[in-house]
Design a protein around this ligand. Structure first.
Ligand code: SF4
Length: 282
């Protein structure tokens, strides 16, 4: 058995077995990324789609995804590559790119307005070795690196990535331990520690998806935004918060989409504490 040190789960993985996230395995008594260089999606996206509103607005960024995730959000929009049965199949079928190949594609798309590379769509931190090796190369080419992540990782993982990552959107999916552990299969304390550390050296924006009946109270948003107001990005500005609308998907189809007025109301509540609040999916 080899123990994975990436996230709070600390999976013990048998030789050739697969960790909870589906993206890591054990070989020769060591845990390594099963999804290293395995690309399931590649697209040139507007940076606002990450979402990042205060990092090179109006630009495009080459966005790459692999497979696997260490959370179990029942409403996942990307379940095909995150944690469904299909996601596991990508271990056999996904295209493989080396860090050099992906960095070259990012460079080649520069004339089309690309500013760099975003690691997104599935959870990038579970395959941090590929992120690190590729981001090092893109940085050498003068490109920017972005992570879109659930922030569920040990700080030692961030230390490996810190020299190369310019901006992140991190999910802060709610502000109760119950919601994180019972509904999402996550760990709010680890996520908050990750946010607190990363914001010291990297441009961070946060996203909260509002799910009816789970995290849609004004009281919870007041607490969440108050905590966010204590954070500052490296440029001294407040951390932007994206409040976004849920749609029934995957294993959560028992409720309707979040009413638009709820999202707008919660954005108003967040603005009591925060300067930069954006609404999404409305
Ligand atoms: S990253 Fe994956 S294998 Fe490692 S501890 Fe977390 S869930 Fe387990």
């Amino acid at each position: 058995m080899a123990e994975c040190g990436v996230c709070f789960r600390h999976c013990k993985i048998a030789e050739g077995g697969i960790g909870f996230c589906g993206g890591r395995t054990a070989r020769n008594g060591r845990v390594e990324a099963l999804n290293y260089g395995r690309i399931t999606s590649l697209a040139l996206d507007p940076i606002e789609k990450k979402p990042l509103m205060r990092f090179h607005p109006g630009s495009l960024i080459l966005s790459a995804g692999s497979f696997g995730c260490n959370l179990r959000c029942p409403f996942c929009q990307n379940y095909e590559i995150s944690w469904s049965e299909q996601a596991g199949r990508f271990a056999e079928t996904a295209e493989t790119l080396s860090p050099e190949e992906l960095a070259k594609i990012a460079e080649r798309t520069r004339p089309r307005g690309n500013i760099g590379l975003a690691f997104t769509y599935n959870e990038p931190l579970i395959g941090y070795e590929f992120v690190r090796d590729t981001a090092r190369l893109t940085k050498e080419k003068g490109l920017k690196n972005v992570l879109v992540t659930n922030g569920t990782a040990e700080l030692a993982i961030w230390e490996e990535l810190k020299p190369y990552i310019d901006a992140m959107n991190i999910d802060l999916k709610g502000f109760t331990d119950r919601y994180y552990s019972k509904v999402l299969g996550g760990n709010r304390q680890q996520t908050m520690a990750f946010i607190e550390e990363t914001v010291r050296s990297c441009h961070v924006e946060l996203t909260t998806l509002i799910v009816p009946g789970e995290n849609d109270s004004e009281e919870e948003m007041r607490e969440l935004s108050k905590w966010v107001s204590g954070l500052k990005n490296p440029d001294g500005e407040g951390v932007p918060l994206h409040i976004s609308r849920f749609f029934p998907r995957f294993h959560m189809q028992d409720r309707k989409a979040t009413p638009v007025r709820t999202v707008y109301r919660l954005a108003e509540v967040a603005r009591e504490a925060l300067e930069y609040v954006y609404t999404g999916n409305c």
